[in-house]
Design a protein around this ligand. Structure first.
Ligand code: ADP
Ligand code: MG
Length: 353
């Protein structure tokens, strides 16, 4: 079913990803309608409409469903049951959401798809954590099954006497315990998939994190990572196909000494793909809109020699006068208002000549 320009695209979540999706949708002549409980989420500055309601408000979701032609989501912590009222208008489907929002289900699913993850155990008590330490050894990281992002909901255990402290630090919530991976680097594979199975990849970005938050993505990635991309793409495609995914799907990898290990998946456009706005022929945002509206795929090759994308986190956004004065730097400011430590406020992309 083609959704033609002039139609309205619903976007659940009104953060910077929703904002950049709405901007790409507008270029193709679509209107965007944001569904988000906050007062003035930054995507609403560039969208035609905003429904302000809780993500589990079924009556509001029903009205929203009637007002839009197709609907997507920009973050994965949307409760799955209430959004069933969006029916087949929802792309990607609730399955992609359900798998990606629970780290235990996600890891099982990835392994069923024949891809590898770091050794892990499901934990629901301090006893389970102790058992995981005995089974997996140290160091390991506890990650809550739900609602983690930007390193939140995680605690490291480097010696056995840190177990209780780490379990308390994640709020004694159902979690996974995962072995520390001595990776050489991290990279991501981003794919866009159409309902009929057509798909396109972008060049992979090598990703640097600080305190669990993405700092920089670089394209092309280093030789060591390039050698792992074919296997990583195969794994990504198997995951996308098993989900019946429509739209953009991102898979984060650790480049380990014995090949690519999946860290996590995001059923959506991703921070490590922001460089595609200026660095690739078609951006991840436009391609996602094309896929969910069933327009033909755009080309995804490099515009030039690659790109480096730096996030502007917290007070770093205050460097904007210097950045906008830098010739050739593409400055993106999300218009979020309040600067908070660790908050993604914008990014800068420098395309390689
Ligand atoms: P988030 O949902 O917050 O992005 P991730 O699981 O991707 O959570 O973790 C954030 C970052 O923390 C990763 O990109 C990586 O740098 C580091 N990290 C996470 N898990 C591991 C691990 N098992 N071994 C080593 N580093 C890890
Ligand atoms: Mg991550």
């Amino acid at each position: 079913m083609t959704v033609p320009p002039g139609s309205t695209i619903g976007i659940i979540g009104g953060g910077q990803l929703g904002r950049m999706l709405a901007m790409a949708a507008a270029q193709l002549g679509y209107r965007s309608h944001i569904f988000d409980p906050h007062e003035r989420p930054c995507a609403t500055d560039v969208a035609a409409a905003h429904t302000r309601a809780a993500f589990d408000d079924v009556a509001a979701l029903e009205r929203f469903a009637a007002a839009i032609d197709v609907v997507t989501y920009e973050f994965e912590n949307v409760p799955v049951e209430p959004i069933r009222v969006l029916t087949e208008k929802l792309r990607p489907s609730a399955k992609s959401l359900a798998v990606a929002q629970d780290r235990a289900r996600e890891k099982e699913f990835i392994e069923q798809c024949g891809a590898r993850v770091a050794p892990w155990r499901e934990v629901a008590s301090l006893d389970d954590v102790e058992r995981a330490i005995a089974d997996l050894g140290l160091a390991l990281v506890l990650k809550t099954r739900r609602y983690g992002y930007d390193g939140k909901g995680q605690a490291w255990i480097r010696s056995a006497d840190e177990a209780a402290e780490a379990w308390a630090a994640i709020g004694e919530q159902p979690a996974v315990a995962e072995s520390a991976i001595a990776f050489e680097s991290e990279f991501s594979v981003i794919v866009a998939r159409w309902a009929d199975g057509r798909h396109s990849f972008w060049d992979s970005a090598e990703n640097e994190h600080g305190e669990g938050i993405l700092r920089r993505s670089t394209v092309p990635c280093s030789e060591a990572v390039v050698a792992q991309i074919a296997e990583a793409r195969e794994a990504t495609l198997r995951i996308a196909e098993a989900l019946g995914h429509i739209g953009v799907l991102t898979v984060e990898f650790f480049a380990s000494a014995d090949g690519p290990l999946v860290n996590e998946i995001a059923p959506r456009v991703h921070n490590s793909g922001h460089w595609t706005i200026e660095g690739a022929v078609t951006s991840q945002f436009e391609q996602h809109i094309r896929a969910i509206c069933d327009l033909p795929p755009g080309l995804t090759g490099l515009m030039r020699g690659g790109a480096v994308m730096d996030n502007l986190i917290g007070a770093e956004v205050e460097r904007w006068p210097e950045l906008v004065a830098e010739r050739g730097a593409h400055v993106h400011i999300y218009g979020k208002g309040e600067v908070r430590p660790g908050r993604k406020m914008g990014h800068v992309t420098r395309v390689k000549r």
